[in-house]
Design a protein around this ligand. Sequence first.
Ligand SMILES: [Zn+2]
Length: 87
Amino acid sequence: MLLRPLLLFILFCVIAKLFWRFIEGVVRGASSPPPGAARRGTPVPVKMQPCPVCGTYVVPGKAISTVSGGTSLHFCSEKCRSEQPSR
Ligand SMILES: [Zn+2]
């Protein structure tokens, strides 16, 4: 009986076609991303915070931060933190 190998061959062809279409879609998606993801590569600007003592703008991640009264304060240096305004 020769029908069984033929059916397997057709099945293989269909799977190969679907697989190729999937690969093609992946390649196309990688080469031209959707408009929503276009800005993913650009760095997000860091929101800088002014030092409450001298007014120097500092990056919160690198500043000396203290939390007082529920709000976080970012000081530019240890000196400013020691001179922080009393509530
Ligand atoms: Zn300061």
